[in-house]
Design a protein. Structure first.
Length: 393
């Protein structure tokens, strides 16, 4: 990995193919000015005062990936390192895989830990690749706990609403909760503070999801996982997600969490504008170790699967470039849709689609260069370039 260059002055990056978040441009140049994008033009129309950087043949230049759910990376788990340095380390581990911004994610923990991570997040959110925070739990349904510790799952009260409201000062942040496990007005208050609220680890009925949507619910966390399955007379969360084109849904596309047929079904029902690829990554990503501790339990990586000793899935050994690759290879999703689901869609969910998730005039120069096999060769974060060796997946 080479040192990051300083994003100073006008320049042009030329690629055989540029994907701007929605459309392809052939033999195109992306014009930069400091940390921002000025526009896209043809190779023959690059202004004379823009030094040229030509990417290798076959390279695709695309918007940088935005990960809404990343628990850890590089051997660091946010629950164990609820600090600005911990957040920076997680982002650094994922940048080599094309992630140019993310929401470090705290899974169910104590209220003191939540308070600590929110306080730390205030000092880093909005820069250094950290857009905000994702607090997943503890106000979830114990019947759908997954790997979350049941003794830490809690009933929400007025003090908890005040605690989570602190996320309003932490960039663009989100909360995953079970609507059936929080009091009336809880979701409405959070949504009113521009905090994204998502359903997860829940047994809510479709009617409960509908009421939550009226209160400001915005999406679904890891669709199909930690929720009841869809059935003919009981649509539940999954049915509500597929039927409502206003709401966003995150998908873990690692070939383990969601069957490829269901990945295709989600894209077909909701469209790429409402499906966001997420990693749900754990500390093993970007680390040589195949074990780590998760709140007193040993998690082991074997054959790409992270599990507890009892066999419960414990997050994912997944990066965003691999999620894009899997969407294409396993589920047959067109590359442009997979790229959009990793960039513009999560940006739209967060309400920052004019600044990130696209290659367009005025947006930050957050970009990823991809080889033909979707390996990451370089990333730009607000115009600063970092080149990457081909990583092992």
């Amino acid at each position: 990995m080479k040192p990051e260059s300083q994003p100073v002055g006008p320049r042009a990056i030329l690629a055989e193919r540029v994907f701007d978040g929605r459309c392809w441009h052939e033999r195109a140049a992306v014009l930069l000015e400091d940390s921002r994008i000025k526009g896209i033009t043809g190779w023959n129309a690059v202004p004379a005062d823009h030094p040229r950087q030509t990417l290798p043949p076959g390279t695709i230049l695309a918007p940088g990936f935005i990960d809404l759910q990343v628990n850890g990376g590089g051997g660091v788990l946010l629950n164990d390192a609820p600090t600005a340095d911990g957040m920076r380390a997680i982002f650094k581990a994922h940048r080599r895989f094309g992630t140019t911004s993310c929401l470090p994610t705290l899974i169910t923990d104590t209220r003191d830990k939540i308070a600590a991570v929110i306080e730390a997040g205030r000092g880093v959110a909005g820069r250094e690749g950290v857009l905000g925070l994702h607090i997943e739990g503890p106000f979830i349904n114990v019947a759908r706990k997954g790997v979350h510790r049941p003794d830490l799952i809690a009933e929400a009260g007025p003090a908890d609403l005040e605690l989570l409201s602190g996320l309003a000062k932490v960039g663009r942040s989100m909360v995953t909760l079970a609507p059936e496990c929080v009091p009336e007005g809880f979701i409405r208050t959070l949504a009113g503070k521009n905090i994204r609220v998502s359903v997860g680890h829940s047994e809510a009925t479709a009617e409960q999801v509908s009421r939550a949507t009226q209160d400001g619910l915005r999406g679904f966390t890891h669709l199909f996982n930690a929720m009841p399955g869809l059935s003919g007379r009981l649509p539940g969360i999954a049915g509500a997600a597929l039927a409502d084109d206003r709401l966003f849904a995150g998908l873990i596309v690692d070939g383990l969490h969601v069957d490829p047929v269901n990945v295709r079904a989600a894209f077909a029902a909701k469209g790429v504008e409402r499906i966001a690829l997420v990693s749900d990554a754990m500390p093993s990503v970007g680390s040589a170790s195949d074990t780590f501790e998760l709140m007193g339990r040993t998690i082991t990586l074997k054959d790409g699967r992270l599990t507890t000793e009892s066999g419960t899935l414990a997050g994912a050994h997944l990066d965003m470039a691999s999620a894009v690759r899997n969407a294409v290879r396993l589920a047959g999703i067109p590359l442009e849709d997979a790229l959009q689901a990793a960039s513009l869609t999560p940006a739209t969910f967060l309400g920052i689609e004019n600044e990130r998730g696209r290659i367009a005039s005025g947006a930050y120069a957050d970009m990823v260069a991809l080889a033909v096999n979707v390996d990451v060769t370089a990333t730009w974060v607000e115009g600063g370039e970092e080149r990457h060796d081909q990583p092992a997946h």
